[in-house]
Unconditional design. Structure first.
Length: 454
């Protein structure tokens, strides 16, 4: 990294950053009380609030949002007439999933092979620390040249829309000239990347009932309608023979123009087993950035352990549908519901429940803020030019912010590069990426303030 005072300061702060991330990762802050106690989220929220107060933020508050979660807010005043930049991250995390698959405790930050492992290390507690590092580096080198607002969400991973609804009810709260969403990631380690598009999402639960109760499979099997078999038929109807997502009426043939994702790189990043093919058609970039994708994320029925030879009377599944830019998540949900009802066999009783939704997002990468970020990335990543890529995941707040503040420039950066394995066991963050992106964010704030004075 090119030597400069900001970079040197960030480097000197990295031991503190590790200690703070250790404290923050220790909270099992899953925003679902069926998974973790609410006190874990409250602890993480208070940690963030205390950190903002320690940095001189004013009006620090825990905002009670409509979904029952808390978002942390604060303002750091800048020079008179300086632009305002909103920095976003979230402190809630995905569940640990199969703890036996973790090589170290999921809520205990552990260094291994040059990376820091722990749930939320990259997504997105590392983003909180990234913002703090950037601001501390600026304060040590002449001061923060913009007014900074920080919002740290408490239920992003659940997709329940608490902060979106709160922002809609209090539109003055997050007004700013530019927004840096610290919840994306580089295309690969060492390649500075802004995220140009996000797929939206809808999350639904499908319940199937066929019998008043379970039946002996020998006495009734062959004629009695099997609820699990009906559910399997429904789920299978959501994919074509090549594995492509096929939902009646939902377009699935868009093409990604721009940075491509070589198949061999994708197979390595996704840890696809040797000999297993990739489903779908088109390029990998088409499939993960430009087209809808359905995933069955959970199934409830008889467990294998203790199974008896009986016909299931009921079964249910949770389905995630990713919705690409150019499509509407509300309309996609209607089409998904209609598809399931149409493809339910044997007249089985089906119930459909929506449990989460967010719209897709497309950034304007030609805006002045992107020029400021490109210049900052050149400093933080010598010899590399900033790239623009898509991201298959969803950040529902982005579309809400774009609607509320149509003149505000929104940039997406972050620590969730492929090696981070977010949402999976053994999530990790690269400390080198944390350092470089903190330097980049600090220089972006300097560049952006300068651009607004011209």
């Amino acid at each position: 990294m090119t030597s400069n005072p900001i970079a040197e300061t960030v480097r000197s702060l990295m031991p503190r950053a590790k200690a703070e991330l250790t404290e923050l990762v220790a909270f099992e802050s899953v925003a679902d009380e069926a998974v973790a106690p609410r006190s874990e989220c409250e602890g993480a929220a208070n940690w963030v609030a205390d950190a903002l107060r320690a940095e001189g933020f004013q009006d620090v508050a825990l905002l009670d949002t409509p979904d029952g979660s808390q978002s942390v807010y604060g303002v750091l005043p800048g020079p008179v007439d300086a632009p305002t930049v909103l920095l976003y991250a979230h402190y809630d995390v995905q569940p640990k999933l199969d703890e036996s698959a973790w090589l170290s405790p999921p809520f205990e930050l552990t260094e291994r092979n040059g990376r820091w492992y722990g749930r939320g290390a990259a997504d997105c507690k590392g983003g909180v620390v990234m913002h703090l590092l950037a601001l501390r580096a600026l304060k040590a080198n002449g001061g923060v040249p913009v007014t900074v607002k920080v919002i740290v969400e408490g239920s992003e991973e659940q997709g329940t829309g608490g902060l979106e609804r709160y922002a809609e009810q209090h539109p003055e709260l997050l007004t700013s000239d530019a927004i840096v969403i610290g919840d994306a990631g580089n295309f690969r380690v060492g390649l500075p990347t802004v995220t140009a598009t996000l797929r939206g999402m809808t999350m639904i639960r499908v319940g199937v009932e066929t019998l008043e109760g379970n039946l002996h499979s020998g006495q009734f099997g062959g004629a009695a309608p099997d609820a699990l078999a009906a559910l399997i038929r429904i789920l299978d109807s959501l994919r074509g023979p090549d594995g492509s997502t096929v939902i009646d009426g939902l377009p699935a043939d868009s093409v990604w123009e721009g940075l491509q994702y070589p198949e061999e790189d994708f197979r390595r990043d996704a840890k696809v087993l040797p000999g297993v093919g990739l489903p779908g058609s088109g390029t990998v970039a088409d499939r993960v950035w430009a087209r809808p994708a359905v995933t069955v994320v959970g199934v409830d029925c008889h467990p294998v352990a203790g199974a008896t030879p009986s016909i299931p009377s009921s079964a249910r599944a949770q389905i995630s549908l990713r919705v690409p830019p150019g499509q509407d998540s509300v309309e996609a949900t209607k089409l998904l519901f209609a598809h399931i009802e149409k493809h339910t066999p044997w007249g089985a009783r089906v119930t459909l429940e929506q449990v989460g939704q967010g719209q897709p997002f497309q950034a304007d990468t030609s805006s002045p803020a992107y020029a400021s970020m490109a210049e900052a990335m050149r400093i933080a990543y010598p010899g590399e030019e900033m790239q623009a890529a898509g991201m298959g995941g969803s950040i529902p707040l982005c579309n809400t912010l774009a609607t509320l503040y149509p003149d505000t420039e929104i940039l997406l950066i972050g620590l969730s590069e492929p090696e981070a394995q977010i949402h999976a066991p053994n999530e990790s963050v690269s400390p080198e990426e944390l350092e470089r992106l903190s330097v980049a964010e600090a220089h972006f704030l300097v560049n952006y303030a300068r651009s607004k004075r011209v």
